[in-house]
Design a protein around this ligand. Structure first.
Ligand code: DX5
Ligand code: ZN
Length: 215
């Protein structure tokens, strides 16, 4: 269970209407979002291409909410400074994209940002066990990264449990999150919910965020 851990809801802007991004950001803010989740995809690490630091900077201008840069990109080392300068508060890299996670985390912290690590569904918990004490968040992908609107993979629940046994910080889940799957993830130990389609596709975002927070 999430227990006394604070639940945080992070609408994923991937599902927002980018033709009116500022009002979408404001909609999420007014609905009670704790932070905004920004999906950065490079067309290499994942098939899709989304946005870069330029857009993060534009989002930064429209809100005071913490911004999470979920970097689904190769060579994260090359880009963290730009994402930091663009106004990201938490920079999440994928463990599959670096051979030197410890120095990457140290570099993110030198930029005075929080550091998070993410794992693809097939990636084992073992791959992050040496860096668990160094990160501010673990982001468990509950779909294959690349696209919104996919179905939550229950196969990731034991992984969340295993991470929770070894880690007391924030565990986020990302992909296919709705009230039902967030409950399952919370029972396994997750306390941060990144949700795109479920929140931005809803007429009543405030109501859904309230429900997620009550889990
Ligand atoms: C997928 C992204 C997710 C995505 C989730 O690769 O990392 O953040 O926006 O979208 P939904 O909530 O629609 O599954
Ligand atoms: Zn994401």
């Amino acid at each position: 269970m999430a227990g006394k851990r604070v639940i945080k809801v992070a609408p994923s802007l991937l599902a927002a209407d980018f033709s009116c991004l500022e009002s979408e950001v404001k909609r999420a803010e007014k609905a009670g979002a704790d932070r905004l989740h920004v999906d950065v995809m490079d067309g290499h690490f994942v098939r899709n291409i989304t946005l870069g630091p330029f857009i993060v900077r534009a989002i930064r201008k429209t809100t005071k909410l913490p911004l999470v840069a979920h970097l689904m990109i190769e060579n994260p080392e090359r880009y963290i400074e730009e994402f930091a300068r663009a106004g990201s508060d938490l920079i999440v890299f994928h463990i599959e994209t670096t051979k030197t996670p410890k120095s990457l985390i140290a570099d993110i912290k030198k930029l005075k940002k929080k550091a998070g690590v993410s794992l693809k569904p097939k990636t084992k918990v073992d791959s992050i066990k040496d860096i668990l004490s160094l990160v501010d968040e673990v982001l468990v992908m509950t779909v294959e990264p690349g696209f919104g609107g996919q179905e939550f993979m229950r196969t990731q629940l034991p992984k969340i449990k295993a991470i929770r046994e070894a880690y007391s910080g924030d565990i986020a889940v990302d992909g296919g999150i709705n009230l039902k799957t967030a409950r399952l993830a919370s029972q396994a130990g997750a306390n941060v919910f990144a949700a795109g389609t479920y929140l931005f596709g809803a007429k009543n975002m405030p109501g859904l965020i309230t429900k997620l927070k009550r889990i």
